[in-house]
Design a protein around this ligand. Structure first.
Ligand code: HEM
Length: 156
């Protein structure tokens, strides 16, 4: 019984390869900060899980190269950020993924993110979606879905 307990507890805390450990937290899709779209339309528009992963990698590359906000990402765990953004986007686009990251509030606490930083991130996301040739209507649907997260990420 004890062995089973420790195995489960350890598995839940396991740090994926290339990532740094974080303080324990409760995993839940509710942490993603948005509910998924219904149906397969948005997933199709983003070219399935392969398209989501490709677009998200390009998005993260743009964030890191963006002089306006690059300092915010210095000394953060980018391997973890990439993995969790892919999970979060796949979950929201109804691609059948679970989101295993922290809440949007907990993830962005104390990073000092301002309104303008959010604006820069949205521009980088738009550029990544354009490059993936996602329809303009679906781009805007996705951005509208993410918009409430601004309240959690921007520091007041
Ligand atoms: C729609 C808006 C946003 C979404 C959906 C989002 C999503 C995420 C996700 C999924 C994580 C990983 C959570 C975890 O490690 O458990 C994260 C972390 C992070 N985000 Fe955001 N984010 C948003 C806005 C922003 C903005 C505006 C900035 C700064 C320009 C930013 C900077 C960061 C940084 C630096 C981390 C790493 C924090 C750490 O490892 O402790 N995010 N974000």
């Amino acid at each position: 019984m004890m062995i089973v307990f420790f195995t489960v507890a350890f598995a839940a805390q396991a740090v994926p390869p290339g990532e740094e450990p974080v303080e324990p937290y409760t995993q839940s899709d509710a942490n993603a900060g948005a509910t998924p779209f219904r149906g397969a339309g948005m997933l199709r528009a983003f070219h399935g899980r392969t398209g989501i992963n490709r677009m998200t990698d390009d998005f993260v590359d743009r964030l890191l190269a963006d002089k306006r906000i690059t300092d915010i990402f210095k000394s953060q765990d980018i391997v973890r950020l990439r993995r969790l953004l892919k999970e979060q986007f796949c979950y929201i686009l109804n691609g059948g993924c679970a989101y295993t990251g922290r809440t949007m509030k907990a993830s962005h606490n104390n990073l000092g993110i301002q309104e303008a930083d959010m604006g820069a991130l949205v521009e980088d996301l738009q550029a990544a979606m354009r490059k993936e040739k996602i329809g303009f209507f679906e781009q805007n649907r996705f951005l509208a879905k993410l918009a409430p997260i601004k309240r959690e990420a921007v520091q007041r």
